[in-house]
Design a protein around this ligand. Structure first.
Ligand code: PGA
Length: 253
Protein backbone atom coordinates (compact mmCIF):
# COMPACT_ATOMS: atom_id res chain seq x y z
CA UNK A 1 0.00 0.00 0.00
CA UNK A 2 1.19 3.53 -0.82
CA UNK A 3 2.31 5.43 2.30
CA UNK A 4 0.77 8.82 3.00
CA UNK A 5 2.33 11.74 4.84
CA UNK A 6 0.10 14.67 5.68
CA UNK A 7 1.73 17.97 6.59
CA UNK A 8 -0.67 19.83 8.87
CA UNK A 9 0.57 23.42 8.85
CA UNK A 10 -2.21 24.46 11.24
CA UNK A 11 -2.31 28.31 11.46
CA UNK A 12 1.21 28.73 10.02
CA UNK A 13 3.27 30.32 8.49
CA UNK A 14 2.37 34.00 8.99
CA UNK A 15 3.17 35.19 5.43
CA UNK A 16 2.33 34.01 1.94
CA UNK A 17 5.93 34.20 0.73
CA UNK A 18 6.99 31.86 3.54
CA UNK A 19 4.17 29.49 2.61
CA UNK A 20 5.39 29.50 -1.00
CA UNK A 21 8.96 28.75 0.11
CA UNK A 22 7.84 25.96 2.42
CA UNK A 23 5.63 24.51 -0.27
CA UNK A 24 8.45 24.54 -2.82
CA UNK A 25 10.84 22.73 -0.47
CA UNK A 26 8.26 20.07 0.34
CA UNK A 27 7.25 19.75 -3.29
CA UNK A 28 10.85 19.25 -4.41
CA UNK A 29 11.41 16.55 -1.79
CA UNK A 30 8.12 14.83 -2.59
CA UNK A 31 9.01 14.41 -6.26
CA UNK A 32 11.85 12.05 -5.31
CA UNK A 33 9.57 9.68 -3.40
CA UNK A 34 8.54 6.37 -4.92
CA UNK A 35 6.06 4.88 -2.45
CA UNK A 36 4.77 7.89 -0.57
CA UNK A 37 2.06 10.44 -1.31
CA UNK A 38 2.45 13.84 0.31
CA UNK A 39 -0.54 15.98 1.22
CA UNK A 40 -0.24 19.52 2.56
CA UNK A 41 -3.01 20.87 4.77
CA UNK A 42 -2.47 24.60 4.34
CA UNK A 43 -4.49 27.41 5.86
CA UNK A 44 -7.41 28.17 3.52
CA UNK A 45 -5.96 31.63 2.81
CA UNK A 46 -2.97 30.08 0.99
CA UNK A 47 -4.69 27.17 -0.69
CA UNK A 48 -5.64 28.78 -4.00
CA UNK A 49 -2.29 30.52 -4.55
CA UNK A 50 -0.31 27.38 -3.77
CA UNK A 51 -2.45 24.99 -5.76
CA UNK A 52 -2.06 27.28 -8.77
CA UNK A 53 1.75 27.17 -8.50
CA UNK A 54 1.62 23.37 -8.41
CA UNK A 55 2.56 22.01 -11.79
CA UNK A 56 2.75 18.33 -12.59
CA UNK A 57 3.53 15.77 -9.91
CA UNK A 58 3.79 17.24 -6.44
CA UNK A 59 1.97 17.24 -3.14
CA UNK A 60 -1.80 17.23 -3.04
CA UNK A 61 -3.72 19.65 -0.83
CA UNK A 62 -5.99 19.18 2.14
CA UNK A 63 -8.30 21.57 3.93
CA UNK A 64 -7.80 21.59 7.70
CA UNK A 65 -11.55 21.51 8.28
CA UNK A 66 -14.79 21.82 6.30
CA UNK A 67 -18.38 22.73 7.08
CA UNK A 68 -21.33 20.35 6.92
CA UNK A 69 -23.36 22.39 4.39
CA UNK A 70 -22.65 23.22 0.76
CA UNK A 71 -23.89 26.83 0.53
CA UNK A 72 -25.75 29.40 2.55
CA UNK A 73 -25.82 31.78 5.47
CA UNK A 74 -22.95 30.32 7.52
CA UNK A 75 -20.62 33.23 8.22
CA UNK A 76 -17.00 32.21 8.46
CA UNK A 77 -17.42 28.65 7.21
CA UNK A 78 -16.00 27.00 4.06
CA UNK A 79 -17.81 24.22 2.25
CA UNK A 80 -16.17 21.07 0.93
CA UNK A 81 -17.28 22.00 -2.60
CA UNK A 82 -15.60 25.41 -2.38
CA UNK A 83 -12.41 23.93 -0.98
CA UNK A 84 -12.33 21.39 -3.77
CA UNK A 85 -12.85 24.22 -6.25
CA UNK A 86 -9.65 25.95 -5.06
CA UNK A 87 -7.48 22.83 -5.09
CA UNK A 88 -8.15 20.61 -2.06
CA UNK A 89 -8.44 16.87 -2.62
CA UNK A 90 -8.52 15.89 1.06
CA UNK A 91 -10.02 17.35 4.22
CA UNK A 92 -8.95 16.87 7.82
CA UNK A 93 -12.06 16.34 9.94
CA UNK A 94 -12.34 16.07 13.70
CA UNK A 95 -8.83 17.20 14.60
CA UNK A 96 -8.44 17.32 18.38
CA UNK A 97 -7.83 21.07 18.23
CA UNK A 98 -11.31 21.44 16.65
CA UNK A 99 -12.81 19.00 19.16
CA UNK A 100 -11.29 21.17 21.92
CA UNK A 101 -13.20 24.13 20.43
CA UNK A 102 -16.46 22.23 20.90
CA UNK A 103 -16.90 19.89 17.93
CA UNK A 104 -18.59 16.64 18.88
CA UNK A 105 -18.85 13.23 17.20
CA UNK A 106 -22.23 14.08 15.64
CA UNK A 107 -20.97 17.25 13.93
CA UNK A 108 -17.81 15.49 12.83
CA UNK A 109 -19.77 12.61 11.29
CA UNK A 110 -21.76 15.11 9.21
CA UNK A 111 -18.50 16.66 8.05
CA UNK A 112 -17.21 13.23 6.99
CA UNK A 113 -20.38 12.82 4.91
CA UNK A 114 -20.03 16.34 3.45
CA UNK A 115 -16.45 15.57 2.38
CA UNK A 116 -17.50 12.38 0.58
CA UNK A 117 -20.42 14.12 -1.12
CA UNK A 118 -18.00 16.71 -2.52
CA UNK A 119 -15.51 13.97 -3.49
CA UNK A 120 -12.89 15.13 -1.00
CA UNK A 121 -11.15 12.34 0.88
CA UNK A 122 -11.78 12.86 4.59
CA UNK A 123 -8.97 12.30 7.06
CA UNK A 124 -10.90 11.45 10.22
CA UNK A 125 -8.83 12.21 13.33
CA UNK A 126 -9.54 10.20 16.45
CA UNK A 127 -7.68 9.75 19.70
CA UNK A 128 -8.05 9.68 23.45
CA UNK A 129 -7.15 12.58 25.76
CA UNK A 130 -5.46 10.31 28.25
CA UNK A 131 -4.65 6.68 28.89
CA UNK A 132 -5.91 4.58 31.77
CA UNK A 133 -4.89 1.14 32.95
CA UNK A 134 -8.28 -0.47 32.20
CA UNK A 135 -8.29 0.21 28.48
CA UNK A 136 -11.17 2.72 28.63
CA UNK A 137 -9.30 4.78 26.04
CA UNK A 138 -10.03 2.09 23.44
CA UNK A 139 -13.72 2.65 24.07
CA UNK A 140 -13.31 6.37 23.37
CA UNK A 141 -11.44 5.63 20.17
CA UNK A 142 -14.04 3.06 19.07
CA UNK A 143 -16.88 5.50 19.72
CA UNK A 144 -15.17 8.29 17.80
CA UNK A 145 -14.56 5.93 14.89
CA UNK A 146 -18.00 4.34 14.72
CA UNK A 147 -19.78 7.61 15.25
CA UNK A 148 -17.55 9.47 12.80
CA UNK A 149 -18.45 6.97 10.07
CA UNK A 150 -22.15 6.59 10.97
CA UNK A 151 -23.60 8.48 7.97
CA UNK A 152 -21.40 7.09 5.21
CA UNK A 153 -21.74 3.91 3.15
CA UNK A 154 -19.35 0.95 3.22
CA UNK A 155 -17.58 2.00 0.02
CA UNK A 156 -17.20 5.52 1.49
CA UNK A 157 -15.77 4.07 4.71
CA UNK A 158 -13.22 2.22 2.56
CA UNK A 159 -12.17 5.56 1.03
CA UNK A 160 -11.78 7.38 4.35
CA UNK A 161 -8.35 7.89 5.88
CA UNK A 162 -8.16 7.39 9.64
CA UNK A 163 -5.57 9.29 11.65
CA UNK A 164 -4.91 8.04 15.17
CA UNK A 165 -3.81 11.08 17.14
CA UNK A 166 -3.62 10.63 20.91
CA UNK A 167 -4.25 14.10 22.34
CA UNK A 168 -1.61 13.60 25.03
CA UNK A 169 1.08 13.22 22.37
CA UNK A 170 0.14 16.21 20.16
CA UNK A 171 1.82 19.60 20.02
CA UNK A 172 4.55 21.44 21.89
CA UNK A 173 2.73 20.85 25.20
CA UNK A 174 2.64 17.06 24.71
CA UNK A 175 3.23 15.23 27.96
CA UNK A 176 5.18 12.46 26.26
CA UNK A 177 5.72 10.78 22.92
CA UNK A 178 3.73 7.72 21.99
CA UNK A 179 5.78 4.55 21.76
CA UNK A 180 5.55 2.31 18.72
CA UNK A 181 3.76 -0.21 20.97
CA UNK A 182 1.11 2.35 21.91
CA UNK A 183 0.45 2.88 18.22
CA UNK A 184 0.47 -0.81 17.21
CA UNK A 185 -2.26 -1.63 19.72
CA UNK A 186 -4.60 1.13 18.57
CA UNK A 187 -3.83 0.51 14.91
CA UNK A 188 -4.96 -3.13 15.30
CA UNK A 189 -8.02 -2.06 17.25
CA UNK A 190 -9.04 0.47 14.56
CA UNK A 191 -8.57 -2.19 11.87
CA UNK A 192 -10.81 -4.55 13.86
CA UNK A 193 -13.59 -1.98 14.25
CA UNK A 194 -13.37 -1.27 10.51
CA UNK A 195 -13.49 -5.00 9.76
CA UNK A 196 -16.68 -5.35 11.80
CA UNK A 197 -18.19 -2.52 9.80
CA UNK A 198 -17.09 -3.29 6.20
CA UNK A 199 -15.44 -6.72 6.23
CA UNK A 200 -11.76 -7.68 6.13
CA UNK A 201 -10.99 -6.98 2.47
CA UNK A 202 -12.28 -3.46 2.42
CA UNK A 203 -10.99 -2.75 5.94
CA UNK A 204 -7.49 -3.75 4.87
CA UNK A 205 -7.55 -1.13 2.13
CA UNK A 206 -8.14 1.73 4.59
CA UNK A 207 -5.08 3.85 5.35
CA UNK A 208 -4.50 4.27 9.07
CA UNK A 209 -2.03 7.02 9.95
CA UNK A 210 -0.37 8.08 13.17
CA UNK A 211 0.00 11.69 14.30
CA UNK A 212 1.42 13.35 17.41
CA UNK A 213 4.92 14.81 17.77
CA UNK A 214 6.29 12.90 14.78
CA UNK A 215 9.81 14.22 14.18
CA UNK A 216 12.99 13.56 12.21
CA UNK A 217 14.29 11.92 15.41
CA UNK A 218 11.51 9.40 16.09
CA UNK A 219 10.35 8.66 12.55
CA UNK A 220 12.67 5.69 11.96
CA UNK A 221 11.34 3.86 15.00
CA UNK A 222 7.73 4.57 14.04
CA UNK A 223 8.31 3.51 10.44
CA UNK A 224 9.92 0.24 11.52
CA UNK A 225 7.66 -0.71 14.41
CA UNK A 226 4.32 1.12 14.44
CA UNK A 227 2.82 -0.70 11.47
CA UNK A 228 0.82 2.28 10.17
CA UNK A 229 0.26 3.39 6.57
CA UNK A 230 1.67 6.87 7.08
CA UNK A 231 1.82 9.91 9.32
CA UNK A 232 0.14 13.20 10.06
CA UNK A 233 2.85 15.68 10.95
CA UNK A 234 2.26 19.06 12.62
CA UNK A 235 5.18 21.15 13.90
CA UNK A 236 7.87 19.14 12.13
CA UNK A 237 6.22 19.76 8.73
CA UNK A 238 7.26 23.42 9.04
CA UNK A 239 10.96 22.59 9.46
CA UNK A 240 13.65 21.97 6.86
CA UNK A 241 14.11 18.51 8.39
CA UNK A 242 10.62 17.52 7.17
CA UNK A 243 12.34 16.15 4.07
CA UNK A 244 14.11 13.64 6.37
CA UNK A 245 10.73 12.39 7.57
CA UNK A 246 9.55 11.97 3.99
CA UNK A 247 12.70 10.06 3.03
CA UNK A 248 12.51 7.79 6.08
CA UNK A 249 8.90 6.87 5.29
CA UNK A 250 9.68 6.26 1.64
CA UNK A 251 12.84 4.24 2.28
CA UNK A 252 11.07 1.86 4.60
CA UNK A 253 9.13 0.34 1.73
P1 PGA B 1 2.33 17.75 16.13
O1 PGA B 1 0.82 17.89 15.60
O2 PGA B 1 3.07 16.93 15.11
O3 PGA B 1 2.83 19.16 16.20
O4 PGA B 1 2.26 17.09 17.47
C1 PGA B 1 0.19 16.79 15.03
C2 PGA B 1 -1.24 17.13 14.77
O5 PGA B 1 -1.85 17.87 15.53
O6 PGA B 1 -1.81 16.71 13.78
Amino acid sequence: MQQIVIANWKMNPPRLNEAVRLFKNTSQASKKLKHTSVVIATPVSYLYALSKTLKGKGPAFAAQDIFTEVLGAFTGEESATMLKEVGAEYAIVGHSERRAMGENNELISRKVLAAHKAKLIPILCIGESQRDSLGEYLKTIGEQLESGLQYVTGPQVAKTIIAYEPVWAIGAEAKKEATARDIVEVNLYIRRVLTDRIGPNKANSVSILYGGSVSAENISEYVKEAGVNGFLVGRASLLASFTKILEAVDNAK
